[in-house]
Design a protein around this ligand. Structure first.
Ligand SMILES: Cc1cc2nc3c(=O)[nH]c(=O)nc-3n(C[C@H](O)[C@H](O)[C@H](O)COP(=O)(O)O)c2cc1C
Length: 178
């Protein structure tokens, strides 16, 4: 079965991203025919980029990078799930992406963002990164409008309103990867 990793792209205490990621994994899994795993960058725990060679050489010196490379090589596609931070993306997800190169190339990727206005500026910023890495951007990308002070219950209600879009994303992955 093809495997898609949902990269959880924020790591601060009390983050919203975990709630969004679990909801998305549930919705995508319901569509079926693809396995969806969560990768929590909080526990991948990469330091700020410390490799002496540029990543496209594929020459990695640190054990953490080699393990990260192995993990990412095992996936056929990705969801980059992250909140908008100051009109862009959180540093932690950029750092994790920057560690590798060919591991991302040619693989399908969807962006699922959230913020007061759905994280549209974060998606615009990330699009330039995924294009440079020659990833294949999916047609379905979600922009979820959640306010920072919305309660967990309110956020659940809001997420429920995006079930249809998540289902479309699951169908697109199923079609592309099978
Ligand atoms: C450092 C920081 C910057 C933010 N910048 C924006 C922003 O530019 N636009 C926006 O709509 N929300 C912004 N927010 C609100 C976040 O999108 C919202 O709090 C979201 O829940 C953060 O995700 P997290 O809880 O997983 O860290 C920002 C939040 C933080 C912590």
């Amino acid at each position: 079965m093809s495997k898609v990793a949902i990269l959880i792209g924020s790591v601060r205490p009390n983050r919203r991203s975990m709630q969004v990621a679990k909801w998305l994994q549930g919705q995508l899994t319901q569509v079926g025919s693809v396995q969806y795993d969560l990768i929590d960058l909080k526990y991948v725990n990469l330091p700020m980029m410390n490799e002496p060679n540029v990543p496209f050489t594929g020459i990695y010196t640190h054990e953490a990078t080699k393990q990260w490379s192995q993990l990412i090589q095992g996936y056929d596609g990705f969801v980059f799930l992250f909140p908008q931070y100051n009109g862009g993306y959180p540093a932690v997800i950029k750092n994790a992406i920057d560690y590798l190169a060919k591991e991302w190339t040619d693989k399908p990727v969807s962006m699922v963002t959230f913020g007061a206005h759905g994280g549209n500026l974060g998606q615009t910023a990330m699009r330039s990164v995924i294009t440079t890495l020659r990833m294949k951007q999916m047609s379905v990308n979600l922009q979820i409008s959640i306010m920072p002070d919305d309660s967990t219950e309110k956020a659940d209600e809001i997420l429920h309103g995006y079930n249809f879009n998540a289902n479309l994303l699951g169908q697109e992955f199923a079609k592309k990867l099978n």
